[in-house]
Design a protein around this ligand. Structure first.
Ligand SMILES: NC(=O)c1ccc[n+]([C@@H]2O[C@H](COP(=O)([O-])OP(=O)(O)OC[C@H]3O[C@@H](n4cnc5c(N)ncnc54)[C@H](O)[C@@H]3O)[C@@H](O)[C@H]2O)c1
Length: 296
């Protein structure tokens, strides 16, 4: 398939990532189908997108008509079989667990047209683990976006053992056409580039915390003021969702069996009590107060 033949993009999972990936593609002229488990979840996803675009209209970054047109390019479809029918490229952004992703890919393989390319937005899982649930592993790749997709410019495109060069190049070009910058990884490995570097930093931050060297708030402060990072590692975890980091670590640990990859206790404790970061109002920090206050 040539890039010009990509007309409709299917995004499966309209959560934090999928909703905005769908919107970003629609903003760049693509017809998009967004799928989630129910119509209500899909409405909620588009409500969030509308809020983001309205801010742009207020700031004169786009017109009201452009906003309406872009939103109009997104079709909401809770029935995956129906949603998959006309997709040229599918981007899966459901929960970060291997089995549900494999099930999703098996369905996409069954219901998408034979030429369609299937991508996962997984943060850590390697495409070959998921693509083996399909009969088209050459047409499967990681297309890893960063949160929030309407803002963050980078997309990591990962070639698995069986991903064809044509597929990798097509996904990279599609990334450019939807206003994002690709990097291509020629080898698959858990965590790709950015998350491996981030993980190394985060592992050291948790190590320092667990050794009692400093509080997490002071570790954040040190990284922000000493390294000029916009957010320290604990604030960043809250921002992305503690459950995302927790599940990603579990998946990595299952592959590597390296005890250093296990979710740290301070993270596990918060996830188990439902403190998932900004999205639940509380994580390492309590967001019900301004400025947010460190939690126990
Ligand atoms: N949040 C991040 O910072 C981030 C960054 C990059 C990649 N990712 C990856 O993106 C994916 C989604 O993450 P998220 O933060 O958007 O999660 P989320 O929990 O906000 O959204 C997941 C969505 O998928 C839907 N869903 C679950 N099972 C489904 C199914 N079988 N069919 C259709 N929809 C289904 C859920 O209802 C939910 O709306 C994960 O693989 C995650 O690792 C997340």
């Amino acid at each position: 398939m040539k890039i010009e033949d990509v007309k409709r993009i299917l995004v499966v999972g309209g959560g934090q990532m999928g909703s905005q990936i769908a919107m970003q593609a629609a903003l760049h002229g693509y017809a998009v189908t967004l799928n989630d488990l129910s119509g209500e979840l899909l409405e909620k996803a588009m409500k969030g997108n509308r809020v983001q675009l309205e801010k742009r209209v207020t700031k004169n970054q786009m017109s009201e008509a452009e906003m309406r047109e872009a939103i109009g390019r997104v079709t909401l479809e809770p029935d995956l079989e129906q949603a998959a029918r006309a997709a040229d490229v599918a981007i899966e952004a459901i929960v970060e667990r291997l089995e549900p992703k494999r099930e999703c890919f098996a369905k996409l393989d069954r219901w998408c047209p034979p030429h369609a390319v299937l991508c996962t937005n997984s943060s850590t899982l390697m495409i070959s683990q998921i693509a083996s649930a399909t009969k088209r592993p050459d047409k499967c790749a990681n297309m890893h976006w960063f949160f929030p997709p309407l803002v963050m410019k980078l997309v990591e495109v990962v070639q698995g053992k069986e991903t064809s060069e044509e597929t990798a190049q097509l996904v990279a070009e599609l990334t450019r056409r939807i206003g994002r910058e690709p990097v291509i990884l020629r080898k698959e490995l858990p965590g790709f580039l950015v998350n491996r570097i981030l993980r190394a930093q985060s592992r050291e931050a948790y190590h320092l915390l667990e050794e009692g060297v400093a509080s997490f708030a002071d570790i954040d402060k040190a990284v922000e003021l000493g390294l000029n990072h916009p957010m320290g590692p604990f604030k960043l975890s809250d921002f992305s969702g503690l459950d995302i980091g927790y599940n990603a670590r579990l998946e990595t640990y299952e592959v590597t069996k390296n005890p250093a990859d296990k979710p740290p206790a301070a993270l596990e404790r918060r996830v188990k009590r439902g403190d998932l970061g900004r999205k639940s109002g509380r994580g390492f920090y309590d967001y019900s107060v301004n400025p947010p206050k460190p939690t126990d």
